[in-house]
Design a binder for this molecule. Structure first.
Ligand SMILES: Cc1ncc(COP(=O)(O)O)c(C=O)c1O
Length: 500
């Protein structure tokens, strides 16, 4: 520690890049503060008089006076009438671990990675950490799964509607919103679900959320106790599994076949599950559609045991073979189904708007939970989306995207048949945004994923979506965000990467 004040040390510190945008007195004050915190200026050290320092630095005396005054107010220096200014002695005590005094000295940043990143976390915190989180596709790269085409989104219409909303609602649109969601949007969602998805809901049952994941997180919190169980499809959506396991709820895998979830296995199981999570329209990742018979069995299973069905209808709009099957919620006369939808697939993922259609008895609890979690979805976004739906743009966009993705599915299936023959088999789903490809014997997922990565192609492996039993090897190839040309090129690149 310096026992005398060294002007050069201060001069050098004043040149720090981080200080250059500040006023001169702030720069001097910050530089002296940093030197005192680092112990370069020892506690008790006498600082030069303001006039002396001002002359040395070539600045006005007031500038130094302002800096010293701020340091004094913050407790970094003491000023003694007739004697001068000194680095605070209590700073030394603080730097050595004492707690008294009014200084706030930031703790030094740890310079090593902690051996146990879970240290200090609750059991639930550790479960969240262990889940590894959910990683989203932030780039529209080849084969990205679940990613819609965003390049042709009608941004001009959206902007026009947003301006209208701003003009009509003014400051009201800037306030907090209803935690259940803006009424016009809830009405638009209910009308859409009843007409297009065969649901039976009123606007009072709709809860607007940020995403499907938020819905699943709330379900885990409100419908299952820690140590309880939720049945999930196997293979299935990892995001759902992580939401449940993060709440310390066990996930019980139930196998899937060509007709979706094996309801016979669900019935036979003795897991004590309070809920079942299903993707009935296009099972994720196999693409299978849950048969009507099984939908009815599912409802029976839930009704008998006072259980809940969590129906994730994430991409049902993209059905290419006739109309999509009506949702389970609409068939369920027992009120045991929680319907979950998202605009992240039909519009764009950055929108962050999803929703639930809830049994009436659950609305209050879920709305309270949402109010605790993050309050509500931004009113401006909700009201713009409501207009987008009311004015017919939503249905028009979904129709256009359905046509586009149907063509892209064909393009992907053709390219795979042409270039990956003998390497994968592809059961063509009746809809969706990605194609499951199962590897033929002799090919391994681990190796092909590695080879593809070396060629700059990131593949979503299928086996990691399995929880129990015998995972099948393969990949899930997203196509919705790729043009026909991009699809053909990427599949050829993939072929060269794995079988040159
Ligand atoms: C089955 C399934 N549900 C939900 C989602 C995510 O929806 P959100 O972004 O609204 O959470 C995905 C994402 O790919 C998914 O595959």
């Amino acid at each position: 520690m310096a026992q005398t004040f060294e002007l050069d040390t201060l001069r050098m510190r004043l040149c720090d890049a981080g200080l250059q945008s500040l006023d001169l007195h702030q720069r001097i004050q910050r530089a002296l503060r940093a030197l005192a915190l680092e112990g370069v200026l020892a506690p008790g050290l006498k600082l030069p008089a303001t006039r002396t320092l001002a002359l040395s630095l070539g600045v006005a005396r007031d500038t130094v006076e302002n800096a010293y005054e701020q340091l004094h107010r913050d407790g970094f220096i003491v000023r003694r009438q007739g004697s001068g200014s000194y680095v605070s002695g209590s700073l030394g005590a603080r730097l050595h671990g004492a707690t008294a005094g009014r200084l706030h000295v930031p703790a030094p940043a740890p310079d090593v990675t902690p051996a146990d990143p879970g240290a200090g976390l609750s059991l639930r915190g550790r479960a969240v950490l262990a889940s590894g989180g959910v990683s989203d596709q932030q780039q529209a790269r080849p084969f990205a799964t679940g990613l819609p085409e965003t390049r042709t989104f009608p941004c001009d219409i959206w902007l026009r509607l947003q301006r209208q909303v701003m003009g009509d609602h003014r400051a009201q649109a800037l306030l907090h919103g209803d935690p259940q969601g803006a009424r016009p949007l809830r009405e638009a969602i209910a009308a859409y679900l009843n007409l297009e998805r065969g649901a039976r809901v009123s606007a009072d049952q709709v809860l607007v959320l940020s995403s499907t994941r938020q819905a699943l997180f709330l379900c885990a919190q409100l419908l299952a106790d820690a140590g309880g169980a939720i049945a999930v499809e196997d293979p299935g959506y990892a995001g759902a599994r992580k939401a449940f396991e993060s709440a310390q709820v066990r996930t019980v895998p139930v196998a899937v076949d060509g007709q979706g979830l094996r309801t016979d296995l669900l019935r036979a199981g003795r897991s004590g599950a309070s809920c079942v999570y299903v993707t009935p329209s296009h099972q994720y990742p196999t693409g299978a559609t849950l048969s009507l018979q099984r939908r009815l069995e599912l409802i029976g299973w839930a009704a008998e045991g006072g259980r809940w069905i969590l129906e994730d209808d994430y991409d049902s709009e993209f059905h290419y073979d006739g109309l999509p099957t009506a949702c389970v919620q609409g068939l369920d006369t027992q009120g045991r189904t929680l319907y979950i939808g998202t605009f992240g697939k039909t519009l764009f993922p950055g929108l962050r708007v999803g929703y639930m259609a809830l049994p009436a008895q659950l609305v209050q609890a879920f709305t309270h939970a949402r109010s605790i979690l993050d309050g509500h979805t931004p009113p401006l976004t909700q009201l713009t989306l409501a207009r987008f739906m009311q004015d017919g743009h939503y249905n028009a966009h979904v129709r256009a995207m359905r046509k586009l993705y149907a063509r892209r599915q064909q393009a992907m299936a053709q390219a795979v048949a042409e270039h990956l023959q003998g390497i994968v088999t592809v059961p063509l789903p009746r809809g969706g945004m990605q194609l499951p490809c199962f590897l033929e014997p002799g090919w391994t997922e681990e190796k092909t994923v590695r080879q593809a990565a070396a060629a700059g192609l990131r593949l979503q492996g299928l086996s990691r979506l399995y929880q129990g039993g015998m995972p099948r090897q393969g990949w899930l190839l997203g196509y919705a965000a790729m043009t026909d040309h991009e699809i053909a090129t990427a599949v050829q690149q993939l072929r060269h990467a794995i079988a040159p």
